[in-house]
Design a binder for this molecule. Sequence first.
Ligand code: PLP
Length: 474
Amino acid sequence: MAEPEATSLRHLPAVAAVLATAEAALLLERHGRIATTDAIRQVIDDTREVLRTTNAVAPSATDVAQRAGELLEARTPGLRALFNLTGTVLHTNLGRAMLAEAAIEAAVEAMRHPVALEYDLAGGARGERDDHLRSLLCELTGAQDATVVNNNAAAVLLCLNTFALGREAVVSRGELIEIGGAFRMPDIMARAGACMVEVGTTNRTHPADYHDALNERTGLVLKVHTSNYRIQGFTAEVSARELAAIADAAGVPLLNDLGSGSLVDLSRYGLAKEPTVREAVDEGARLVTFSGDKLLGGPQAGFIVGDHALIEQINRNPLKRALRVDKLRLAAIEATLNLYRDPDRLTERLPTLYFLTRVKADIETQARRLQTTVAERLGDAFVVEVGDCLSQVGSGALPLDTLASAALLIRARNSQSTLQRLVAALRMLPRPIIGRVADGALYLDVRCLIEADEPLFLASLARLDVDGVVAADP
Ligand SMILES: *Cc1c(COP(=O)(O)O)cnc(C)c1O
């Protein structure tokens, strides 16, 4: 029996006919000829399959163009701006720190114009890209010298590879950290070509443990800040100062990996204290490493500060070339570091610190201001309240400290699956809204919603297909 050819198949528009529509003209303008034609062809092919097997009516050329447009939109880059209402300020999966305006401007300048990246303007000769940051970093940390690489993982890798390649690196068993994204200290050591020598136990490490481990093969002693966990109870660790003395006596450098680290004492802003880089330098570590996009609030980067002779050795390592940062980030880092020269105005200028120091009353007022409009947008199927919640710093910094905050608390009146669909639909908005589901409610913690973005937030919400979300209910 011959396959019944549906008559509607004959009405399926040709690519040329679709391209001639007004809708396609917009797509051509936006996405270009090749992508637009491909998308139209795909829609036609898919539709042909459907028409072969069903009695559906063939779409018009305009319909096809519209579907092609949806296809093209769905393909637009995933790296798009969104609202981080998760309550985690430095959310690693959402890009960690939002940059300061000064840093954004500096990066844009560096994109638009030639810059004296490796050019000494005073002497008219070749310069070094680290020169721009060296003096700033030394001023802010009290170190003799400084360099910058792709991220803190790279900073640790580079230090290990420079001083412990084919040699031993000594570290406490209590500090063998794993940071999300597969940064595990033993693996980094192995890749750096260092032989890891673990000392002490998980909960207790004593000076004698380090003394016993040091020998002529030792290249580096490490102290690693247990950023994202705490060992509590019957514990003992050797302080950085004491360990520096032990390492110095053995003629081996001590590297103190602070992880997040901070350039200012956060307790002056009412936050829990994280070790500052200056303190770590003062305590005698010959090298200190820390991140650019954690508490520091800048772009992704890893800093190494410390003794001049050691930094020089690091800079001569060929790996340094592979791990260096580009001009955009250098510009943004320099601008970010500059803000630290005026700590009094840091909370106004540095988004990370602004978010971390927002007080609950202020956040709650903001949530109340948005509540009615959000409730209107979501309609009768949802209840929108303002409720208490706890924000987190994120990125493994201050893991045990939460910040009292306020959220728009959204519950579905009928079923949990409606709430799940709402959560998914918010993720699919042109500017996605990402919250956190807990106790059967969606929490939109507004700590990280800046006031100037409120209209955009409400406009995004207005594009939500609430009927679609609710109608899918059984
Ligand atoms: C976060 C962290 C790292 C890795 O830093 P990135 O900048 O994310 O590469 C390394 N060590 C410690 C202790 C950390 O907390």
